[in-house]
Design a protein. Structure first.
Length: 297
């Protein structure tokens, strides 16, 4: 049964608070509730990707990163909070002759611990999806954040990837695997991690899906896979395949560019016609395409 909007947004907020920060959670949920489909796709896509596909999954929780930083006694409480909210923790086992370095839990970028900051993280790894989502939500003031070309491109990829993920999570193999007593959130989380880190591929057999749980669950703090119901977040998204005009679903990104509001038009007016066509081709591509997550296409 589909969750109501209040239940869904509360779960979304809780997940973002646990892994990003209360400020990011509040702003992201406000945007999710008031804005169009393109924002919902981007928020949900970023959350699922950054949580499930992290390179250092043991530091996915904000509290784990902050605790790690405080234990080093190198940072004040305020500094540790800021660094943890930037996705960073301290590598407490540096190689010989090397100083401690800060590491991003999602992309594993490393920066000197003395220069730790979001800007240093951004400079070291400009493609990090944790930083890109952080910057996008932080840019939200009284108006909605602007869509940069990279965000527009990512939304197009998320549409394809999340559409395929939703189908894979409802497969017969998943249905059989769920009869073995696993928590549904745990099974879908582990399957989503495999999907995100393997170019959109998911095993067909229930036995292989169960093996994913055994191999992936120990990588995370035990509470992480249970903090987000991935299927519930995917359920309300309009991830329809095919051409917008034939499906009744206008292009989710530049969206809906045959019926843009004036404010949205002002955000993308600098894009050339060729760029707009290229973006629409991503959004309306064959639904049988790989559906590889952003960064793996």
């Amino acid at each position: 049964m589909a969750e109501s909007l209040p239940e869904l947004t509360e779960q979304l907020k809780s997940s973002l608070e646990l892994h990003y920060s209360p400020e990011i959670a509040t702003k992201a949920v406000e945007l999710y509730k008031r804005s169009g489909e393109e924002y919902k796709v981007y928020i949900v896509g970023c959350l699922i990707l950054t949580l499930t596909a992290s390179v250092k999954p043991e530091y996915t929780l904000l509290s784990r990163r902050k605790s790690n930083l405080l234990q080093s006694q190198l940072y004040s409480i305020e500094q540790a909070s800021e660094l943890a909210e930037s996705g960073l923790y301290l590598d407490d086992q540096p190689r010989p002759q090397q100083q401690h370095r800060l590491v991003c839990f999602h992309c594993s970028a490393k920066i000197p611990h003395q220069s730790g900051s979001l800007s240093a993280h951004r400079q070291a790894s400009p493609g990090c999806y944790f930083v890109r989502f952080f910057d996008f939500i932080k840019s939200m003031g009284s108006a909605d954040p602007s869509f940069t070309e990279s965000v527009i491109r990512d939304i197009g990829r998320y549409v394809k990837a999340l559409r395929k993920l939703k189908i894979d999570l409802c497969s017969q193999g998943m249905a059989i695997a769920m009869t073995y007593g696993f928590d549904n959130k745990l099974l879908t989380f582990c399957t989503a991690r495999h999907f995100m880190r393997n170019s959109g591929r998911v095993p067909d057999r229930a036995g292989d899906l169960i093996q994913l749980v055994h191999s992936i669950q120990p990588l995370f703090h035990e509470s992480v896979p249970l903090t987000v119901d991935i299927l519930a977040l995917l359920e309300p998204l309009k991830l329809l395949p095919g051409r917008p005009e034939s499906s009744g679903y206008h292009s989710v990104v530049v969206g809906q560019y045959d019926r843009l509001s004036g404010s949205m038009q002002s955000r993308v007016h600098s894009l050339t016609h060729a760029q707009l066509q290229a973006i629409q081709s991503v959004l309306t591509s064959n639904p049988s395409a790989s559906g590889a997550p952003p960064g793996q296409s």
